[in-house]
Ligand binder design. Structure first.
Ligand code: SF4
Length: 270
C-alpha cells in the first residue's frame, strides 16, 4: 500500500457507505495520500451537494469533482446522441458516459488503488475495472464492516447521514431509474421542480419513460400516490417483521439494507 508510485483514490458517491469508507480510511491510515473523487453528473440532488460539503469539512480536504461536460458534453448532450433514448437498467449509457469514462480519464495510465465502500454484509461487486492499472480494493469487506458499523462511523464522526435519506435510499441523479416508486413520490414532495424536470424528459407516446409502464404524469395522480404509499408502508412493516427488529431504528436500517439490492448502479452507489 505504501508504494510511492501508486495513487490512492476513494470514490465518493454521496451515499453513506462511500462516505463512511473515506472517514474510516482517513482515521486508520492517515499516512495515505488519498484523493477523494466525486463523479458529478450535474443532475444530483441538492442534498448530495450539501452532504459533500459536510464530508469535506470533516476530511479537511477538497473532494475533486469529475465531470464529463467538457464542452457541453453533459447528460443532455448524450441524451441527444442517443436520440432521446432514456437510460435504463438494461441500457445504462449514463453510468459509462457520465461516471466511468470521466473517472478512467482522470486516472489515465497511472497505477491506482481504488477504494470501494462495499460492506461485508453486501453481495454486489461494484465497479469492475476494465483497466489493469486500476486495482479495486474493498476495506470494509476485508475488515468485516457491516451496516451498523457504517452508521456508527457516520454518527461518531458527526458527519451523519445525507438529508435525502428521509425519503430516498440512494444517492445519484434526481431522475435515476433505479428509484422505487415511493422515492419518486418523495422527489415530488421534496423537490417538485426536479420532479417536473424529470417528467419533461419523458415522451410516453414514443415509449420513453423513466420506469417501464408508467409515466411520471400518471404516477403523480393523488389516487396513485395513495396506493404507492400504502404498498411502501406494507413492505416496510413486512421487512421489519421478517427481521424481528429490536426497535424502530433497526426496522428502518433493515429497510435500507433490503432496498440496496443488486440492481444499483455499479459506480454511482458505491
Ligand atoms: S445515478 Fe442513475 S441516472 Fe445517474 S448516472 Fe447513475 S444510474 Fe444513471
Amino acid at each position: 500500500m505504501c508504494d510511492a508510485n501508486m495513487r490512492h483514490v476513494c470514490l465518493i458517491s454521496g451515499g453513506k457507505d462511500s462516505t463512511a469508507l473515506a472517514i474510516y480510511m482517513m482515521n486508520r491510515h492517515p499516512d495515505i495520500n488519498m484523493e477523494y473523487v466525486f463523479c458529478d453528473t450535474h443532475k444530483e440532488l441538492p442534498e448530495t451537494y450539501e452532504f459533500l460539503m459536510r464530508i469535506e469539512a470533516y476530511l479537511g480536504r477538497q473532494i475533486i469533482r469529475l465531470s464529463s461536460d467538457f464542452g457541453e458534453r453533459g447528460f443532455d448532450h448524450y441524451l441527444r446522441m442517443y436520440r432521446g433514448y432514456l437510460p435504463s437498467a438494461q441500457t445504462r449509457w449514463c453510468t459509462r458516459k457520465l461516471k466511468i469514462e470521466p473517472f478512467e480519464k482522470y486516472i489515465g495510465e497511472n497505477q491506482a488503488f481504488l477504494y470501494i465502500g462495499i460492506r461485508a454484509d453486501e453481495y454486489r461487486e461494484g465497479y469492475i475495472s476494465t483497466k489493469p492499472n486500476i486495482k479495486p480494493i474493498f476495506p470494509f469487506k476485508d475488515d468485516g464492516i457491516v451496516i451498523n458499523d457504517v452508521f456508527r462511523i457516520l454518527e461518531n464522526s458527526g458527519v451523519g447521514l445525507p438529508n435525502y435519506y428521509k425519503w430516498r435510499t440512494r444517492s445519484g441523479c434526481y431522475f435515476c431509474f433505479f428509484q422505487r416508486k415511493n422515492e419518486w413520490v418523495g422527489l415530488l414532495e421534496n423537490h417538485p421542480e426536479l420532479f417536473a424536470m424529470a417528467s419533461q424528459y419523458e415522451k410516453p407516446e414514443e415509449g420513453y419513460t423513466w420506469q417501464a409502464g408508467e409515466s411520471l404524469q400518471e404516477l403523480m395522480q393523488p389516487e396513485r400516490i395513495e396506493i404507492i404509499k400504502e404498498r411502501s408502508l406494507k413492505r416496510l412493516v413486512d421487512a421489519a417483521a421478517r427481521r424481528r427488529p429490536k426497535n424502530l431504528i433497526e426496522a428502518f436500517t433493515g429497510e435500507f439494507t433490503e432496498a440496496e439490492g443488486t440492481d444499483s448502479c455499479l459506480i454511482c452507489h458505491l
